[in-house]
Every structure is written in C-alpha cells, then in structure tokens.
Design a protein around this ligand. Structure first.
Ligand code: 13P
Length: 341
C-alpha cells in the first residue's frame, strides 16, 4: 500500500468502508465489560478484540481501519499472531490512539483539555514501527450554557493541541484523525450544538493552517449536530443531516482527506440512520463515513458475554452493524434491513 499521507487518508474513507474505534482505554473497556459481567484482564480484552478482528468478512468488506489502544497494538492473539497482523491480513489499516485523555482545564471549571503532547514525537516513531499508519486525538468539548461551558479558552487550547498533534503525526508519516468532540450529554437544544460545533471547527481549522498541517493528509472525526440527551428531544435524521451538512459547508475545507463520525452515545440504529440521512442528501465535497466505538460494539459485546462459545454469534452481531453502517456510508440503508437480522 502507498505510504503517502493523502493515499492512506483516502483508503480510510474508501467507498462504503469506515473505521472501527476499538481504542477504549483500560478504564473505559472495564466499564463496558462491567455491563456484560466480564472481568477486564489483559487476556479478556485480547479475546474480545481478537473476536472482532477475526470476523473476516465484515473486516474485509466494511472496515478500512481499526483504532487501537497502546496495549492492543502490542498484543498477540491466543495462537501467537500479533493482532496487528490479523488486522492487516483483512486489508484494514492499523491505527493508534495517542492522546492521554481529557483532564480538567485549570481555571475553567467544567472545561477539559486533552493531554499527551510531551514525548509524542518519540511515541509516534514507536507506533509507526509497530504498524500504525494513522492516529487519533480526541478533544472533549462539553456544553453547559448556564455555567459558560465551553469557554473560548477551552476551545482555543484544545484546537491548538490538536494542531500540534497533527503536525507531529504528519512528520512521522502517520495520518492524524483530528477529533474535536462536542458532547451530546448536555440539556442543550440542537441549535446550541450547531453554534458550539461551529465555533470549535472554525478554531480548529485556523490552528491546523497555522501549524502547517497538510489537510489532504488528515481525517476529521466530528460529532453530528444533535440535541443534548438531557433535553429529552431527539431530532429527526433529516434535521440532523441538514444541520450537520450546513455546519460542515461553512467550516470544513473541501481539501481534507475525509470525515468519519464518532457515535457519541447515540443508539446503534440512530447512529446508522443519521449517517445514512447525511449521505442521502449528497453529493458532498467530502466522503462521510463512520468511526464508531459504541455503535459498532454494543451489540457484539452483549452477544459475546465473555464466552468462547458465543464468538460466532458475537461476530455475526458485529458483521450486521458493520454492514448497516457500510450501507449508511453509501446512503443506501433502510430501517427494514435491521429486522432482517
Ligand atoms: P464512540 O463512537 O463510542 O463515540 O467512540 C468513538 C471514538 O473513538 C471516540 O473517541
């Protein structure tokens, strides 16, 4: 495969393919395993992820790349094969989460700043040797209008960190996924999500430009424009699509390699229906696909439940969600296809 950044980015958003975000930190995967009653150990985390990476047909047809966590990129399957080799054998590209998480921003209660720039150049060189050809850095922007969250300082600091990260990635021959996630957890309406996302993306591209990042060799991982969960409102896929595309047309350069959404706490079907509606109103200047964590994994996690006997059922559940999102990335999904499973 080509090692040019723009070719890697294009492969990440190849028609009908998207990314599997399997980069949960040890803390986050423990929370997911608690729900299904599975103890989180290095071996159980390995078994679980190996199950997905060995879902050969789903991986080959629908998954362009996998975002890994530091532990996973170094792990071997039960038979001794490095997990990275299993991923590569399906044609998918291995990627790596490199941020060190969102921490409270001093002086700004309720805001966070994502850490992890110190030593990043050296870590990227190591990850490149381990096979990673793209990376992910997630900035977290919460919305709590009454508290003045997010502050302009938080949006600015996070955009600056994303730009420094992206420049270091490109220096290392690694495509940066830039992820400025505006959370859907608040009580805000869809218009507020649109406004905060607009301020965030505007600042992000100003900083990427200033950092001399080559936009063709980047992937944007954004939130969709949605009402906050605590508002009690769910917007229709048509409204989500219309507002999300309006936002991107106003703020996201056509030059970037592509767009791969996070699911952010939407239900499995919601994440699929919204992605489908977004693509159904195309053509757009960019490819728009998925980079889902929860919306690809909730169903297989439940089916697996930590038991080797359930591996085939879990792989089928994963394949189903991957295929539904593959269709949504093409604007060809229909709700009736969910029942067929
Ligand atoms: P979700 O799809 O669960 O939001 O996770 C995607 C991701 O990688 C967040 O950084």
């Amino acid at each position: 495969m080509s090692e040019r950044l723009e070719d890697i980015a294009a492969a990440m958003v190849a028609d009908g393919k998207g990314l599997l975000a399997a980069d949960e930190s040890s803390g986050t995967i423990k929370k997911r395993f608690d729900v299904i009653g599975v103890e989180s150990t290095a071996d159980s985390r390995r078994d679980y992820r190996e199950m997905m990476f060995r879902a050969r047909e789903a991986m080959t047809r629908y998954i362009s790349g996998v975002i890994l966590y530091d532990e996973t990129i170094r792990q071997k399957a039960a038979d001794g094969t490095p997990l990275v080799d299993i991923i590569k054998a399906t044609g998918a590209i291995p990627g790596i989460k490199v941020d060190a998480g969102a921490k409270p921003l001093a002086g700004y209660p309720g805001d966070t700043i994502t850490e992890g720039l110190d030593g990043l150049r050296e870590r990227l060189a190591d990850y490149y040797k381990l096979g990673a050809r793209f990376a992910k850095w997630r900035a977290v922007i919460d919305i709590d209008v009454a508290r003045g969250v997010p502050s302009a300082t938080s949006i600015g600091s996070n955009a600056h960190a994303l730009a420094r990260y992206a420049a270091l990635c490109q220096e290392a021959g690694i495509v940066p996924i830039v992820e400025p996630e505006v959370l859907m957890d608040g009580a805000h309406d869809i218009g507020t999500c649109y406004e905060i996302s607009k301020a965030t993306l505007t600042k992000l591209y100003t900083e990427l430009y200033a950092a001399r990042v080559v936009l063709e060799g980047t992937i944007l991982k954004p939130n969709m424009v949605l009402a906050g969960k605590k508002s009690g409102n769910t917007s229709s896929p048509e409204e989500v699509a219309e507002k999300t595309i309006k936002l991107f047309r106003e703020t996201v350069p056509a030059a970037i390699g592509g767009i791969a959404f996070l699911s952010g706490g939407q239900s499995d079907e919601e994440a699929t229906a919204n992605l489908n509606a977004i693509n159904a109103i195309g053509p757009h200047p960019w490819k728009l696909t998925f980079s889902y964590g929860r919306a690809l994994q909730a169903a297989p996690q439940k089916a697996w439940g930590g038991k080797a006997a359930n591996v085939a059922a879990a792989q089928a559940a994963f394949a189903h969600r991957a295929r539904m999102n593959h269709l949504a990335a093409l604007g060809k999904w229909q709700p009736e296809l969910e029942q067929a499973a």
